[in-house]
Design a protein around this ligand. Structure first.
Ligand SMILES: [Zn+2]
Ligand SMILES: [Zn+2]
Length: 344
């Protein structure tokens, strides 16, 4: 089978790998669409993983083979899945912090999403895999995993009807978070970004305000929009830790910041710490998703509760993964979500 294997920076090879063998509780998938995630781009460009490795985890695929003990799926089923499964029995899992489980990160699909065939181990089959509803395209189905990740963070932000939400960063995670906030009842949703293309796209998706902080004073605009109160929730969906002090300053009293960005370890920033006691603000960290968010994300896609077609700007054949990463990471390009698909 073919796979796009990451060996190092600017060295991704489209090569032959053996089709993974499955065991009794596993299933074998044929990849149809796999989203190119910001974390894949980050890993490839900043070399935070050592090759050879197959990246990709936003998988929509067809079941081609099932193990003897698998009853929920059969060949021909269209499914979505995710990559990490917790143990459901440790200190963290007992307290519902599934993404912090020791077993979470080491679990993986084999060899990764950017491959023609993928083995899903038994725990993935049991806890993370869901059928794609009829009428949902492969490309849209590949958006289920990132939607689940956004839900995981937003759930903790207590967005209720009438809330105002500012999303800093209008990439895929930012625009999904903005649309999901509106879906959860936020009455005012604002995004900020430096890209005119992404801000225009946000407005086309129905976001209320799109602000370019290089051209306008963000604090002044937020003040105008919220009658001087500040926003209920800020979501940071850009990898710039300097946004954190600014986000805290833009909160109304009692507001929440959700940080959904892979900042580097020991990345120090100064914040107005007085706001915690005086104004009861909170800062919430979020990473990945738990198995509970997958079916919720499938339902959101099935019911078309957010706009996804407009967000998928490019599809690339899997053989051109290196080119796709280069294209998607260049801020001069008009690109949002890139989906990888098997070569014809
Ligand atoms: Zn992702
Ligand atoms: Zn656990």
């Amino acid at each position: 089978m073919k796979a796009s294997v990451y060996y190092g920076k600017n060295d991704i090879r489209f090569e032959d790998l053996p089709v993974p063998e499955i065991e009794d509780g596993d299933i074998l998938l044929k990849m149809k669409s796999c989203g190119l995630c910001g974390t894949d781009i980050h890993k490839a460009l900043h070399q935070t993983v050592t090759g050879p490795v197959v990246l990709g985890h936003e998988v929509a695929a067809e079941v081609v083979k099932v193990g003897r003990r698998v009853t929920r799926f059969q060949p021909g089923d269209r499914v979505v899945t995710a990559i990490h499964v917790p143990c459901y029995s440790c200190h963290y899992c007992d307290r519902g912090h599934f993404t912090l489980c020791e077993q979470f990160k080491p679990t993986h699909i084999e060899p990764g999403g950017f491959a023609e065939y993928i083995r899903l181990p038994e725990l993935h089959v049991k806890h993370l895999t869901h059928k794609i509803p009829d009428g949902v395209s492969w490309e849209k189905a590949a958006m289920v995993e990132p939607i689940g990740c956004c839900l995981h963070g937003l759930k903790q932000a207590a967005i209720t009807s009438g809330c105002s939400v500012l999303v800093m960063g209008s990439g895929t995670i930012g625009l999904l978070s903005a649309q999901l906030s509106a879906m959860m009842g936020a009455s005012t949703v604002i995004v900020s970004d430096l890209s005119t293309f992404k801000l225009d796209l946000a407005l086309r998706l129905g976001i209320d305000h799109a602000i370019n902080p290089a051209q306008e004073n963000l604090e002044a605009r937020i003040g105008e929009i919220t009658d001087g109160l500040g926003v209920d929730v800020v979501v940071i969906a850009a990898g710039v830790s300097a946004l954190l002090p600014q986000a805290i300053n833009l909160l109304r009293r009692g507001g929440r910041v959700v940080v959904f960005s892979p900042f580097d370890h020991h990345n120090m920033v100064s914040i107005d710490a007085g706001r915690f006691f005086r104004d009861e603000i909170s800062v919430i960290g979020t990473y990945s998703l738990s198995s509970y968010e997958m079916p919720e994300a499938v339902e959101i896609v099935r019911k078309n509760r957010i706009k996804l077609d407009e967000m998928i700007t490019h599809c690339y054949p899997l053989s051109r993964l290196g080119e796709a990463i280069e294209f998607a990471s260049n801020p001069d390009n008009d690109v949002l979500k890139v989906i990888m698909q098997m070569d014809e």
